[in-house]
Design a protein around this ligand. Structure first.
Ligand code: F0G
Length: 458
């Protein structure tokens, strides 16, 4: 039986034209960009899959909110509106606005890590890891081993390995661990979901050892949709009920609103403890702005209050995850390897398997990203050894666990025809995979090199 995908649950009222360059023009643009997709001008890209963050399309109700936004410095209407929406959805008593996810991390993590040596997560997103390290602690990842096998089916590849977590706590000493973080969905493992059962178990372990439990909530709604599909206990629950179960008894959360809340800019912090919230407010005022706007414009706050509600709509989520499943099914049919089952916000193509002749130090996932641009003007990015960089001590190239080319799908932006173009482009590339060459770095900065490094084809 063929799966049934629901149509885009919206119609298009305003369009943004796309430029379609010729293959010769694209060859020239990518060479001028030194084979780094971050150096391409967006106007030279046809389908932009660099990220799903801040790239979503707002609804008519959100755009109407933009006009309604109250720009008062203190106590604006939109502030009360977003407080009400966020408290109702997440169930935590204290909520603080900040301008994006990493700002939430910058404000919150030093409070939790004061005098501590470690943070443990299922997997830290890059900015979370950076803020743990800036706070003077070490970030340890503890994902289930199933996540590492891209071909094996497992319902919740984002889960925490709870046995290993307890072993870490005993070895490192509970008193040295400032926070245990659950990233939902688990972006670095391929947008993979985490079960509510695993969240509860992890939280119970954290609390048993007197450690704070935090959720990185960037993709909380997509995670809840997977829970509804795959965790039998929740099959009859509403998304709103699953979100409440997810955040039940969590001490705090940090969230980038640029993903599941479908806004172009924004972030949130939630906490249960009044004393932590007092510190959060103080730090927000110095880093972000007064507490009732936290680095956001009133119009963006208004759009966020509405986006939080639209983001947990079940039909929207069915369409959203359906897009991933549709693209994944087409790739599977075409024999393209990817992290399977597909995650919530992106398809992570397994470049190690597609281009087995390119070793990690010649960056197969980067080579595939460049090839996708050449083939169809599609911009994806490397999540592999090119992104990982060099060992800070020896200066030698590190080998990543995965060589993924990430196709992140913006929310409500591209139609099924765009997805077909993406699948067809990859299938074409597969046919001449053995002709594709690796890359050499000719210039790189010492940290976060993948954003600006220059490369040349081998
Ligand atoms: N946490 C997770 C799980 C994320 O995926 C991101 C951002 C952040 C925190 C930081 O949020 O960008 O608002 O400061 N992820 C984007 C991505 C950049 O492309 O995956 P931010």
């Amino acid at each position: 039986m063929k799966p049934i995908y629901i149509p885009e649950p919206f119609r298009i009222k305003s369009v943004e034209p796309l430029r379609i360059l010729t293959r010769e023009e694209r060859e020239q643009k990518i060479a001028e960009a030194n084979y780094n997709v971050f150096s391409l001008a967006a106007r030279d890209v046809c389908i932009d899959l660099l990220t799903d963050s801040g790239t979503g399309a707002m609804s008519t109700a959100q755009w109407a909110g933009v006009m309604m936004g109250d720009e008062s410095y203190a106590g604006a209407d939109c502030y009360y509106k977003v407080q009400q929406a966020a408290k109702k959805i997440f169930g935590l008593p204290h909520v603080q606005l900040v301008h994006q996810g990493r700002a939430a991390e910058k404000v919150l993590l030093p409070i939790l890590l004061e005098g501590k040596k470690y943070a443990i997560a299922n997997m830290h997103f890059d900015t979370t890891r950076a803020h743990v390290e800036l706070a003077g602690a070490r970030a340890i990842d503890c994902v289930v081993p199933e996540a590492l096998d891209t071909t094996a089916y497992f319902d919740f590849k984002g889960n925490m390995d709870c046995e290993k977590l307890e072993a870490y706590i005993r070895d490192l000493g509970a008193e040295n661990i400032g926070v245990i973080i659950m990233t939902i969905t688990n972006n670095s493992a391929g947008g993979q979901p985490v079960s509510v059962e695993n969240i509860r178990r992890t939280r119970e372990i954290a609390h048993r050892y007197g450690i704070k439990f935090m959720i990185d909530a960037a993709r909380f709604a997509e995670n809840s949709y997977f829970v509804k599909q795959r965790e039998p206990k929740f099959k009859d629950s509403s998304i709103a009920e699953i979100v409440r179960a997810t955040f039940e008894d969590a001490d705090c959360f940090a969230m980038s609103s640029k993903k599941d809340a479908i806004v172009n800019m924004g972030g949130l912090i939630g906490c249960r403890d009044k004393n932590i919230f007092e510190l959060v407010k103080q730090r927000t005022i110095s880093f972000e702005g007064f507490i009732t706007y936290g680095g956001m414009s009133g119009r963006d706050i208004e759009a966020l209050a509405q986006g939080l509600i639209e983001g947990i709509d079940e039909n929207y989520l069915k369409y959203r995850i359906g897009q991933m499943e549709y693209l994944a099914a087409r790739l599977e049919e075409g024999g393209i390897p990817f992290q399977s089952p597909v995650g919530g916000h992106a398809v992570f193509v397994d470049a190690k398997k597609l281009l087995p002749h390119i070793p990690y130090y010649e960056f197969p996932a980067q080579a595939l990203a460049v090839e996708l641009y050449r083939e169809a003007g599609i911009r994806a990015c490397d999540i592999g050894s090119f992104m990982l960089g060099n060992d800070p001590e020896t200066g030698k190239q590190l080998e990543a666990d995965f060589e993924f080319t990430r196709l992140a799908i913006p929310r409500r932006v591209y139609t099924q025809s765009h997805l077909d173009v993406i699948a067809d482009a990859l299938i074409n590339i597969k046919e001449r995979a053995d002709e594709i060459k690796g890359y050499k770095i000719v210039e790189e900065p010492p940290i976060l090199r993948h954003f600006t490094a220059k490369l040349r084809p081998l």
